[in-house]
Design a protein around this ligand. Structure first.
Ligand code: PEP
Ligand code: MN
Length: 365
């Protein structure tokens, strides 16, 4: 399904001259000096167009630093006046929106902990009615695609058209390399459903550690994301929140200089060859689908046959043999074994579903 939301193109409210577009600044505004010094350094980096800072911090435990509040908004006004950077803050209550707008904050964002709660999102959207302020929507903490999409739809219903989505990774119960798993397929699906929606990657909250930022930033650009939100601090070691993932403005400039910005389209010759290759892919996909449909027909025949003879749908031995055999053949053809396993599991799941339907034993979903 393609969603038809009218969304204002990013270039109309956030034009960039030096790609990629970068939003940077501290996780939290902590002091006047920290904010101003960080912003002054950042303003020397051509890609940085927007200064971010958490003013109200959603903390897991009440003992954590909860942000400086309204005073910080005055510092951001000064950042804008002195450096020309646009400013953005996280808003989680209608009162935050009111204060942020009163202090001329240019862009608002909804944080991951807010987007999990449709009541809160709706309340925020209600208080945004009648305002023409751009809003960025972070993905919810856990990988629930519809909550992310839903928050964007609620904003749209409230009349907001300058919307961007921010991919900040997803909580994963297992301990892993990243603080939040990227699960790239989720932002890719959002892009597929809302092709006009600008997508910005927040490598800081995905990585949780400075040394992983470069790889995730590059991957985001390779996927065609419109920009990056990266936390920076004049002295990361002393940061009151997210100290391990913040970069000094110098380190940020260094990292940006090592990123490859690839263009989304090429020369006419390149485009012609690309078109040819894509039409070959289209043909092969049609063949694949045809073969898959033939396979399913035979699965159905087997299902009928099993039903007539009162034989169980799933036969584990046969399934184990299929996996072993197809992985062997596939890997000799240069296909990745894990990919083959996942693909076979998916095909098998559908085959079982079909046979259960035939047997009349399928559970209601
Ligand atoms: C932040 O950007 O500082 C923040 C709290 O992020 P998230 O909502 O993605 O956790
Ligand atoms: Mn943070």
């Amino acid at each position: 399904m393609k969603n038809e939301l009218t969304i204002t193109p990013l270039e109309e409210w956030l034009p960039v001259s030096d790609k990629p577009l970068v939003i940077s600044g501290p996780c939290s505004a902590e002091s006047y000096a920290q904010v101003m010094e960080t912003a002054r350094e950042l303003s020397k980096i051509p890609q940085v167009r927007v200064f971010r800072a958490g003013i109200w911090k959603p903390r897991t435990r009440p003992t954590g630093f909860e942000g400086v509040g309204i005073e910080g908004l005055k510092w951001l006004q000064e950042v804008k006046a002195e450096t020309g950077l646009l400013t953005t803050v996280e808003v989680a209550k209608p009162g935050h929106i009111e204060s942020a707008l009163k202090h001329d904050i240019d862009i608002l964002w909804f944080g991951a902990r807010t987007v999990v709660n449709p009541f809160t999102v709706q309340e925020l959207c209600d208080s945004l009615k009648g305002h023409d302020v751009p809003v960025m929507v972070k993905n919810p903490l856990h990988p629930d695609f519809k909550l992310w999409l839903g928050a964007i739809e609620r904003l749209h219903k409230a009349g907001i058209r300058k919307i961007a989505a921010v991919h900040r990774g997803f909580y994963f119960y297992k301990h892993a390399l990243y603080r939040n798993q990227p699960m790239w397929e989720i932002p890719i699906e959002l892009q597929r459903q809302l092709p006009g929606l600008p997508l910005i990657c927040d490598p800081s909250h995905i990585c949780g550690k400075r040394d992983l930022l470069q790889g995730i930033s590059q991957k985001a650009l390779d996927l065609g994301m419109a920009g990056l939100m990266i936390e920076s601090h004049i002295n990361p070691a002393s940061a009151l929140t997210d100290a391990d993932q913040q970069l000094t403005p110098d380190a940020l400039a260094q990292m940006l200089s090592h990123l490859q910005v690839r263009s989304m389209s090429g020369t006419a010759e390149f485009e012609t060859l690309l078109e040819q290759l894509r039409s070959e892919i289209d043909k092969i996909d049609a063949e694949l689908l045809d073969i898959l449909a033939k396979r399913m027909k035979i699965v159905e025949e087997i299902g009928e046959y099993k039903r007539e003879n009162n034989i169980a749908v799933l036969q584990i031995r046969r399934w184990a043999d299929i996996i072993f055999d197809r992985q062997n053949i596939g890997s000799k053809l240069g296909l990745n074994k894990e990919f083959l396993l996942q693909m076979l599991q998916l095909v098998h799941k559908e085959s079982i579903r079909k046979q259960e339907e035939i047997m009349g034993t399928k559970e209601e979903e």
